[in-house]
Design a protein around this ligand. Sequence first.
Ligand code: AMP
Length: 309
Amino acid sequence: MNTPRVLHTAAELKTAIAETLAAAKAPGANAVQSLGLVPTMGALHAGHRSLMDAARAQNDVVVASVFVNPLQFNDPEDLRRYPRDLEADLELLGAAGVDLVFAPAEAEVYPDGEPLVRISSGELGARYEGASRPGHFDGVLTVVAKLLHYCSPAASPVAPNVRFRAYFGQKDAQQLALIRRMVADLNFDAEIIGVPVVRAADGLAESSRNVFLDPAQRRAATVLSRALFSLQERVSAGRSADLAAAVALAAAEPLVELDYFDIVDPKTLQPLADGNGSLEKPALALLAARVGPVRLIDNLPLQPGTETG
Ligand code: AMP
């Protein structure tokens, strides 16, 4: 297992990226190189690992960042108790073959405190997660913009000819849609790669906050993925989506308090008019629920299939 180098400042990171790219290059070769960035908030699990694996498979050099971004928390208690364990994270990152880990202090990312100027997530950031967490997506986009800048090889005088990719989980579908829009709308020089949701054996989507569920809450929470899979199965078999039945299944679990459960366009996250009817095109079933002390989100793609009778 390699031990990744840990960098705490943006300046150190830039130098380390340039050095690692130079070392990864075969002597005399002038082929295009590639750099993969995987932003995280640490407390890493199998979901994060699949992002690292995708980045490792596709790039010469892989950078992971571990930074709990205060700008995206609107609940100070949620920020305070967010799990942090850099030692364990470094073990997972080493096992995944990550080359460099950027683990900055808050003062490195926000030297003047809260930034005056930040990225606005617009109306796409105001729906669903944005509705219950005002300012959350502006905070996410602002830190992702900064991380893309820190790592962008385009800015490096020694490595301008490098393909730059950044990896995000489909688990946070609204976040992924917004990052794709930011990169397109503001001409970032990065290719955004979405990675499918990783689930535990009981179907629950892996999340750093799952550790706060007690056994009864954990069992109850599995109804969320069951409801999503029942929708997906119906739609794949060419039947009507029957969102109402899936909502009823989840709502029948007393420890689960549904926030939203909708069928939406995967790019715009606009709710589709007829969630109970036949879907004409690929869609996304999207939900959030509170289970005990935790807010959980999950989603599954819906791919309309042909009628099986
Ligand atoms: P976080 O540390 O929660 O900010 O997550 C960092 C990245 O990992 C984000 O792009 C998430 O979407 C992704 N991620 C988190 N959980 C999962 C999961 N269960 N499956 C796939 N990706 C995930």
